[in-house]
Design a protein around this ligand. Sequence first.
Ligand code: LLP
Length: 426
Amino acid sequence: MTLAFERNGSLCVEGVSLADIAARFGTPCYVYSRAALTQAYLSYTDTLRAHGLIDRAMVCYAIKANSNLAVLNVFARLGAGFDIVSGGELARVLAAGGSPDKIVFSGVGKKPAEITEALKVGIHCFNIESASELTTLNEVAARLECIAKISLRVNPDVDAKTHPYISTGLKSSKFGVAYTEARAIYRHAASLENIKVVGIDCHIGSQILDPAPAAEAVDKLLALVDALAEDGIVIEHIDVGGGMGITYRSDEIAPSTAEYLAPTLAKLASRKEKLIFEPGRSLVGNAGLLLTRVDVLKHGIDKNFAIVDAAMNDLMRPAMYDAWHEIVKVQSTPVGADDTPLQKRTYEIVGPVCESGDWLGHDRNLALNEGDLLAILSAGAYGMAMASNYNTRPRAVEVMIDGCDAHLIRQRENAAQLFALESLLP
Ligand code: LLP
């Protein structure tokens, strides 16, 4: 939310003006701040240090939130681990300089080929989500003559009180194994020759603003860890997943990392297990924005539309979750095209894609001219990562600001690249 600030009539990120970025790299353009990424990561490590837990904790960035190599590299240089959900994400982490032994592999449907790659590079742990997956993993590990370290994702059945599409810890969820079945699955896992039980994990949802559900989930995990000890199964690490929310709207204040983690860490402080955290959104969400230009203003009978050059294919969250992103002008334009003072109007901020669902903001009160630049805030998480080429639209460029430097970290695609892998019939 606070990523961009005004200087000399233009919004800036760190030492670079967004108007300059648009002129240099074009729009739509995702802009990230290295300083903001770093600060977000350090808020986790500082909190863990303050609780005396840093020496037995690992922060594994959930790369699904934003998997640009430069973003991953910033975190790798800070010593982060990574939470991945596919072979593609594994390849990205390795290409970005991440250590294999700090990788946890989540996801409900890992393929044998993906498991093979992960075993070959020696990842830290497989977060297992079903008994069937355990069988597959044991078989692949046997073939490779190695031991696979596993954690079981247990569904603690707590309500994260977030959007239903991103709530994952309820009984009805496709994720994890039922709490009541976990002990039996652990016993089965412990009996498998090429499996070593090392951990337990959960992830109850995303964009969670209340610290209580995470702490409640930890209580349930701890009870299970103690029950497993009675079965002779030693749990070396507890992975509490990700989920901490961020501020998207100015009237919705997210807790700080320290506030969010305090009740959870209080429950873990007296334990001896190692700890793993899998934050995604909270590390990148407010470290990025989407820069877009107003191409067309259309004053309809019922509504005013500002048609911008970013669309639902660039930022899917509004269309998919009805999500709110603040939209602000990059430069103030006091007069309109006819030199009269520019009036604010209520606009629908929409993209050029042929869908009624292609909107980025409803009812935004802005004074706009065609050609104005807008910044769509809090777009660093699940923005570019969920972008598509719908309508054969090249995806946005990505730029990382580092002090007074702006680095192009992903070029814009061209149309030919978008169909380069397609072929005509003979
Ligand atoms: N760990 C696991 C196993 C996950 O499934 C996720 C996110 C995370 C960690 C990171 O959660 P975070 O800290 O980012 O809340 N596309 C949606 C969010 C989907 C989250 C999926 N899982 C959105 O744009 O809101």
